[in-house]
Design a protein around this ligand. Structure first.
Ligand SMILES: Cc1cc2nc3c(=O)[nH]c(=O)nc-3n(C[C@H](O)[C@H](O)[C@H](O)COP(=O)(O)OP(=O)(O)OC[C@H]3O[C@@H](n4cnc5c(N)ncnc54)[C@H](O)[C@@H]3O)c2cc1C
Length: 383
């Protein structure tokens, strides 16, 4: 007799692996399929920065703070490179300074302290920074970084210990449905029977929903990053450009957007990003415009970095939504399909999102009052 799982998860990124762990720890049978492998999507190609200053909505901040606590506990036990180095936003104009001041008071309401550093203090914080280029830095000591691959593999290992089956190189092709119920998934390896199907396909989540005749407002763009050789310590904190604070700009998105993000890993390598570009979801192409844009931005702030050698450059699809909100919940048109996707910088919130998702899947309660309208608002059946 063919095996029927309680849950089948599509996507073995950080979210799929963390949700699999939560469900299996509650005694359920779980299979995770991924067309590539563990961390084969954005979870294997990002900087691992943990940020709070761009999560000012209560639901978002609660998820981030709960996840920070969980990372601290997990780090003590498993060591996956989590470090609270502090994080800085490069403030390059008055609008960004003024936004940093309001964010500072919002963070204060959650007991998270942060500080605007004018030029002298900014220079002391990041000695390689050309402080003439900025109005100052917005610093939050609670922020930091982790090793994204190690974290994703940690959740996968913890899930495997509870018996979760991970099937790599297996792509979802479609669903067999009766009425509003998915009976089986069709994959490149055959069929997959489960009581409940979970879409954790990140930048591909919209495609997976489409296979079930559903539309979700999760889009994707291709993010580019690069890594240098190991060098003595040049950066103390994680850094992002001031645009990071400013929220989603209204109007059409540019086909190529160049931002700034960088951090130095414990081994001395410097990770640098980020160009985001329109592209097909499976494209991993690196564009000259993307790389040169990242390089130009970095050298403007850190002219001393012109001696750095870039060893490797990569690009991968990652999810976003136009209004910055994720899709979290059950599809209205189907009884047993759920989507969890579109969380920005998903590493910052993944442990808590996985816990809330598992609560919803197991007990039908997501305990997320501000997110609750999300699924109804955002997941529409396509007639
Ligand atoms: C350059 C770059 C830098 C970033 N920096 C940061 C950062 O500093 N901090 C941070 O928190 N976030 C960062 N992010 C974003 C972060 O990587 C994502 O938010 C996170 O990895 C999303 O995890 P996920 O599990 O939802 O999706 P993913 O990790 O993308 O996982 C989705 C999985 O679904 C699989 N899949 C898709 N379609 C199918 C199918 N049909 N069948 C089977 N499997 C399928 C894919 O192969 C993939 O493995 C960055 C992203 C990029 C690209």
């Amino acid at each position: 007799m063919a095996l029927k799982y309680d849950f089948a998860i599509i996507g073995a990124g950080v979210l799929g692996c963390a949700i699999a762990y939560q469900l299996a720890a509650a005694g359920r049978t779980v299979v995770v399929v991924d067309k590539e492998g563990i961390a084969g999507g954005a979870s294997g190609g990002n900087l691992g920065q943990i940020s709070l200053v761009d999560r000012t909505e209560p639901w978002h901040m609660e998820l981030a703070l709960e996840s920070l606590r969980e990372y601290k506990t997990l780090e003590e036990k498993y060591k996956f490179g989590f470090r609270q180095t502090g994080g800085c936003v490069l403030l390059s104009n008055d609008a960004q300074v003024s936004r940093a001041e309001s964010v500072k008071s919002i963070l204060g309401e959650y007991g998270v302290s942060s500080e605007l550093l004018r030029k002298k203090k900014a220079q002391a914080m990041e000695p390689m920074l050309d402080v003439q280029r900025v109005k100052g830095l917005y610093y939050c000591a609670e922020e930091g970084m982790l090793e994204p691959l190690q974290v994703t593999f940690l959740f996968q290992e913890m899930a495997s210990r509870y018996g979760v089956q991970f099937r790599s190189g297996e792509a979802l092709l479609g669903f067999d449905m009766t009425g509003g119920v998915i009976e089986k998934a069709r994959t490149t390896a055959g069929t997959l029977a489960a009581d409940c199907f979970i879409n954790c396909a990140g930048g591909w989540a919209g495609d997976v929903a489409n296979l079930a005749g559903e539309a979700i407002p999760v889009c994707h763009h291709r993010g580019t990053a690069m890594v240098s050789q190991a060098v003595p310590r040049l950066l103390r904190t994680t850094l992002v450009g001031g645009g990071f604070l400013m929220g989603n700009a209204a109007g059409p998105r540019p086909s190529l957007h160049i931002g700034t993000a960088l951090c130095q890993q414990e081994n001395g390598t410097i990770l640098m990003a980020q160009a985001t570009e329109e592209s097909p979801a499976d494209s991993r192409a690196v564009s000259v415009a993307g790389i040169t844009g990242i390089g130009a931005n970095l050298l403007a702030y850190f002219p001393g970095f012109k001696q750095l050698d870039v060893l490797r450059v990569w690009a991968v699809s990652t999810a976003f939504s136009a209004d910055g909100n994720p899709v979290f919940g059950k599809h209205q048109g189907l009884d047993n399909l759920f989507t969890f996707a579109g969380f920005k910088g998903a590493f910052t919130t993944a442990p808590a999102v996985a816990r809330k998702a598992a609560t919803l899947l197991l007990y039908g309660n997501n305990n997320l009052p501000d997110l609750a309208p999300g699924p109804e608002r955002k997941i529409n059946h396509v007639d």
